[in-house]
Design a protein around this ligand. Structure first.
Ligand code: CU
Length: 98
């Protein structure tokens, strides 16, 4: 019996902007082409981060306050999983295709 239910990930959608709202990344899973700049915007009153999982990836935002934006240009194809370090149950994925 699992202690934490698997998150219900929505289908990956083509998008280059992600809203952080009500403690979730939306869309949670996006696909972009190499060279795309993705923008995250914090619409919550609480602070959030956009941080690669395991601390090994390229996404390392500062703490985003309400209205703050974080941008990153993906230069390599791959699957980039990230989370909010303040609320690690908040997760998202960017799939970058050539
Ligand atoms: Cu958060």
């Amino acid at each position: 019996m699992s202690m934490s239910p698997a998150p219900k990930a929505g289908p990956a959608v083509a998008a280059n902007s992600v809203d952080i709202k009500e403690f979730a990344f939306g869309p949670q899973n996006i696909t972009v082409k190499v060279g795309t700049t993705v923008t995250w915007t914090n619409d919550d009153q609480d602070p959030h981060t956009v941080t690669s999982q395991n601390g090994s990836g390229p996404l390392k935002s500062k703490t985003l306050q309400n209205g703050d934006k974080f941008q990153y240009t993906f230069t390599k194809a791959g699957t980039f999983n990230y989370l909010c370090t303040i609320h690690p149950f908040m997760t998202g994925t960017v799939v970058v295709t050539a």
